[in-house]
Design a protein around this ligand. Structure first.
Ligand code: NAD
Length: 256
């Protein structure tokens, strides 16, 4: 039977790469984004097994409407990818407070909304999954990216909690944690870490990680999936190294 995946923020960047990959693998794909025209262009390019629509993830009622619409069209929902996200960089105090608030609305409330609204549909499928886009900035709080980094820590917490809570429904809730990826999100980013560490991942690399995470049947599958060698190294080292070492390492990596 054809499987169904719904991706938020899929008009461009990582979301679009996930949509392309799952479409190639034979899935029915939902491409939903605040940029409706771009989402429709991608769906038209992919073909009849892709459906696009407008969604602002910070609006719960919109989630309910579009998921119902998608399920009516696709016949069910097997995978939800909470991918939509925004980022403001620079000094915390120089960033408008509305931008900090909007980051939480999209990156945190957007994920809570998606998980909550999708549960009735995911519960009906065997081996359903949610894949959340977390980030390497959820390993240690990031200067110049404070609200973004804290939003990704929240995604990490949502993922861990629900991955335990929804075991009763047979649903795995997992995340991927990439370091910087070559998309519009990081162009003009004002943060020391990107200057010092560079951008070494492409959107397709993250899409591959999402594919592996979403389809692996390994019974001991981990909840978090750092993407790329340096993220894996930082993720694992941070679990064992003392707090002061983690802080010093982050001071070094974020120097301007
Ligand atoms: P991007 O800016 O290229 O794409 C983000 C997409 O989300 C856009 O299509 C945008 O229109 C959409 N979007 C923004 N606000 C929305 C809203 N309220 N409702 C619905 N859609 C909305 O960025 P990207 O790099 O593709 O990022 C995708 C995800 O990956 C984000 O969650 C991001 O935090 C995460 N991530 C990105 C990087 C990176 O370096 N690019 C690293 C780690 C994690």
């Amino acid at each position: 039977m054809t499987k169904r995946i719904f991706i938020s923020g899929a008009a461009q960047g990582i979301g679009a790469a996930i949509a392309r990959l799952f479409y190639q693998k034979g899935y029915r794909v939902g491409i939903y984004d605040i940029h409706q025209t771009k989402a429709h262009t991608l769906a038209n390019e992919l073909g009849e097994n892709a459906k696009a629509g407008h969604l602002d993830v910070s609006d719960y009622q919109q989630w309910q409407t579009v998921l119902q619409d998608f399920v009516n069209w696709a016949g069910g929902l097997d995978i939800l990818v909470n991918n939509a996200g925004i980022l403001y960089s620079g000094d915390f105090e120089a960033t408008d407070i509305d931008h900090h608030h909007r980051t939480i609305d999209v990156n945190v409330k957007g994920v809570l909304n998606g998980c909550h609204a999708a549960l009735p549909y995911l519960k009906q499928q065997a081996h359903a999954r949610i894949i959340n886009l977390s980030s390497a900035s959820a390993i240690y709080g990031q200067p110049d990216l404070v609200s973004y980094s804290s939003s990704k820590f929240a995604v990490r917490g949502i993922t861990e909690g629900l991955d335990i809570e929804w075991a009763k429904y047979g649903i795995r809730v997992l995340d991927v944690m990439p370091l910087f990826v070559n998309t519009d999100m990081v162009s003009n980013m004002d943060a020391g870490t990107i200057k010092n560490m560079g951008v070494h991942l492409q959107a397709g690399d993250v899409a591959q990680a999402v594919w592996q995470t979403a389809t692996s049947q390994w019974p001991l599958l981990a909840t978090h999936h750092p993407v790329g060698f340096s993220t894996r190294l930082m993720f694992h080292l941070s679990q064992f190294s003392p707090q002061c070492v983690n802080r010093w390492a982050n001071i070094f990596l974020s120097r301007k």
